[in-house]
Structures are given as structure tokens and as C-alpha cells.
Design a protein around this ligand. Structure first.
Ligand SMILES: O=P(O)(O)OC[C@H](O)CO
Length: 433
């Protein structure tokens, strides 16, 4: 073992790792692992931020390690969490929040905020809301996104629609989709992924589960098969039956390729996909708020993306390194770079005042729409998002329900099956607690 200020040989480092002691570089920097699930532009941007952090000081060395998708990365963490093989920092998608809190292998970030008297109020309130449970912030927000609706402005013009005015309500989207449909192009599409369904329910003020969306206590029952969820399924069903809905499956790359190649005129994507799409589409891209039911008022969106979790039971020096890195990530300069390169929000809104952001928004005003939608969200139980330990399993249930719907099952039946499946998963999880 060696102290922070001394350097280790590689043999010593191997031994230290075995003994759960601090690993250092030849220069004596404390080395920590950071598991993440960023690929594509997200990974490129993250790697460069990590390199900048490592070069900016001489005490800590962060090693960023890609672990696959959010689901794959969480599965890997489940097998090493709480052991010496666990990374100091893990990026976990928002729906893993309750699981992580209950896992017993993380240290709440609130501890470091309090000890360091870190001014958390500088970060975006609507983002903190999601990760704050019982007045404690458990993880450090990092890559926050929400869904938006993207549309092909050229196709709008060709169909006689106003490209500067995106449809806002379900009935407006249904009508526009009918006008936009051609032999080669569908009107509207949505990735077969639970996240988009969750958002279309929440924007109407609908809750996903009982117990105040799982925030007042452990949820025992799904509520997403109520009237708000039904309206979403009916909205999709109407277009599917009219032949104006394009089903491009469960893969993000497929639906993005379909939009970019003119196979569909409107679709929902993550705000984190916006920059890449705008830069690559051979037509003008419009970005709009997600649609909402004609029978409800628009309440806004729920934070998506992921946050950073600190491991428990690792050396103090490693936690210190992880905390310093997390703070570095929240600075306006880093957040400005991250926002512009990826389309994720700046968790520190001061980043939006940076000259580079103002300049980029001038050239790509669509990026600002994503931020406006988040900042105009009304804080509520619905838009705070649900907490359930079995959320990833529930998402799978919703995927099956969407697939069944597109195959002709009735909206209510498809939804009820997903709710029952979710209830069973919740029951098992609550029993084994
Ligand atoms: O693709 P992202 O990072 O915007 O995340 C979307 C969802 O929130 C993941 O659960």
C-alpha cells in the first residue's frame, strides 16, 4: 500500500487492488474507475472531459470505462456492487434510482454536499427534484435529458403544413400525420421504449404507480393503465390503424435512420439525440415539445438520462477523487461543452449564459426548445417521476404492451396486462425486501 503522495509500482497496484487499497499512477495520482453507458458522441465528449479533468490537476486520475447500454451496465454493477471490484463512480439511468438507493452499496451524495458545504442551489431545480428522495440528494445529476418531438420541416412544407408550427395535441398530431403520409413516408413514430410512454402519461399529470408515484412510500400498484395511459395507447392505436404510424421497433439507431432517410416525418427522441440528428439530416429539422392529450393540460416532462453514484466501502481517498470529479463536471464551462456536444441539458444553468452556448443557440435554435420545455415544466408528483425498484422490469412490460397494441390488441387490454406484470414484479420485490 502507499499513501496518496507516494507512487506505486504496477505490482504494488495489483496487490493494492486485491487488498482493496488505493491504486496510484507513477506520479502518485489516486486512480478511480468511472463506469458509464455513453456511446457515440456522448462517449467522445465524455472521454475528452475526463482527459481535461485529469490534466487540470495532479492528484486524481479518472479512468472512464464504457460498460454497454444503461441496462447492461446496471446488470454488471449488480454483480460487483459492494465488492472491491466496484468502480468508485457508476452512471445509472434515472429508472435505476430506487434500486440504487436500496442496494446498500452506495454512499448518498448528500453526505459530500454537506461536508463540503457545496452550493447545490446552483444546479437546475427540475433535475434535482428527480434525484432528491426524503430531502436527500442520492446521486449527482449528470446527463439529463427529456424527450422532444422532432419533425421534418421539408415534409411539412410539401404537405402544406406550417413548418414553424408543430402540432401540439394528440388530435393535431393525428391530423398532421394523415397529411404527411405518402407511399414512402409514415406520419409519426415512437420508439418502442417505455420511457416515451411514461412521459406522455406524466405530461397529462398522470401517475405511473400509487403511493404518490412511489414517492410517499413503496408503490404497490401500477396506475399507468388509468385514463391518461389509455389516452396515449388510443392515440398510437388511432394512427396505427389509419396506417400513418411507422413502427421501427426497439432500436434507437433504426428509428433515427428512418427519420433521417425520410421514412417518417415526425417522431419522439431524447433531447440528447437532437444535435446528432440536426447535423446529419439532409433536410431542415424542427424540434417541438412532446404532444399532450386534448383532454388534459400540458404539465411538462420528467427528467431522463442518468446520474452518477458514489460507491460505499471504497477508500476515503477514492471517494474524495470521485467527489472532486463530480464537482468538476458541474462547472458551467464543462456543462456548456457537454450540452453543445451532446444535446444533454446543462445541469448547471449558468452554462447557458456562456458565450459559446449563446452563439450555438443562435445557429441551432432547436437546442433551446429542449431547455424551454424543461424549464416550463410545473414541478409536481407527476413530473417528478415515479420511484419503483422494479422500473426496468416494468418498462419491459410496457414494451410488450406496445408490441401487442401494434399487433391489434385493444389499448385497455394491452395496458392492463402491462400493469398486472408490473404489479407482480412489485409484489415479489416488496416481499424480498
Ligand atoms: O437516452 P437518454 O440518455 O436520453 O436517456 C433516456 C432514458 O431516460 C433512459 O432511461
Amino acid at each position: 500500500a502507499c499513501t496518496n503522495s507516494e507512487s506505486n509500482t504496477s505490482e504494488q497496484n495489483e496487490e493494492n487492488k486485491e487488498n482493496n487499497e488505493v491504486v496510484t499512477t507513477e506520479e502518485g495520482k489516486t486512480v478511480i474507475s468511472f463506469w458509464h453507458a455513453m456511446s457515440g458522441v456522448g462517449q467522445t465528449s465524455l472521454d475528452s472531459i475526463v482527459a481535461d479533468f485529469n490534466a487540470s490537476q495532479d492528484k486524481y486520475e479518472v479512468q472512464a470505462e464504457f460498460q454497454g447500454t444503461y441496462e447492461e451496465s446496471l446488470t454488471k454493477l449488480r454483480s460487483v456492487g459492494g465488492t472491491k471490484d466496484a468502480p468508485a463512480i457508476t452512471q445509472v439511468f434515472e429508472v435505476g434510482t430506487k434500486y440504487m438507493i436500496e442496494s446498500g452499496f452506495v454512499e448518498p451524495i448528500q453526505k459530500f454536499i454537506d461536508e463540503d458545504k457545496y452550493d447545490i442551489s446552483q444546479l437546475e431545480g427540475n433535475i434535482l427534484n428527480y434525484y432528491t428522495v426524503d430531502d436527500e440528494l442520492y446521486s449527482m445529476p449528470f446527463n439529463s435529458s427529456t424527450p422532444v418531438m422532432l419533425y421534418n420541416k421539408d415534409a411539412f412544407k410539401a404537405a402544406g403544413l406550417d413548418p414553424e408550427k408543430a402540432p401540439a395535441t394528440f388530435s393535431e398530431v393525428i391530423a398532421a400525420a394523415a397529411k404527411l403520409k405518402t407511399d414512402d413516408m409514415k406520419g409519426f413514430s415512437m420508439l418502442t421504449y417505455g420511457w416515451f410512454f411514461e412521459q406522455l402519461v406524466a405530461t397529462q399529470g398522470g401517475l405511473y404507480v400509487n403511493e404518490e408515484n412511489g414517492r410517499a412510500g413503496d408503490a404497490t400498484e401500477a396506475t399507468f393503465n388509468g385514463e391518461e395511459g389509455l389516452r396515449v395507447f388510443e392515440f398510437l392505436d388511432t394512427m396505427n390503424k389509419a396506417g400513418t404510424f411507422g413502427n421501427f421497433g426497439t432500436n434507437w439507431d433504426d428509428i433515427r435512420a428512418a427519420f433521417q432517410s425520410g421514412k417518417v416525418a415526425m417522431y419522439m427522441d431524447s433531447s440528447a439525440g437532437v444535435t446528432g440528428i440536426i447535423n446529419n439530416a439532409p433536410f431542415e429539422v424542427g424540434v417541438a415539445y412532446i404532444p399532450y392529450s386534448d383532454e388534459a393540460e400540458r404539465k411538462g416532462v420528467v427528467i431522463g438520462g442518468a446520474s452518477l453514484w458514489m460507491s460505499k466501502g471504497i477508500a476515503e481517498a477514492e471517494q474524495k477523487a470521485a467527489w472532486e470529479f463530480m464537482k468538476y463536471l458541474t462547472t458551467p464551462e464543462v456543462q456548456a461543452k457537454w450540452h453543445l456536444e451532446t444535446g444533454y441539458f446543462a445541469i448547471n444553468p449558468s452554462a447557458y449564459d456562456e458565450a459559446v452556448v449563446k452563439d450555438a443557440w443562435g445557429k441551432m435554435p432547436q437546442l433551446k426548445v429542449t431547455v424551454d420545455q424543461l424549464q416550463s415544466t410545473e414541478p409536481s408528483i407527476a413530473t417528478q417521476g415515479a420511484l419503483i425498484s422494479v422500473f426496468p422490469e416494468s418498462r419491459q412490460q410496457v414494451v410488450t404492451a406496445l408490441e401487442n397494441l401494434y399487433q391489434g390488441m385493444s389499448p385497455q387490454e394491452a395496458l392492463d396486462q402491462a400493469a398486472e406484470g408490473t404489479n407482480r414484479a412489485i409484489e415479489i420485490a416488496n416481499k424480498t425486501k
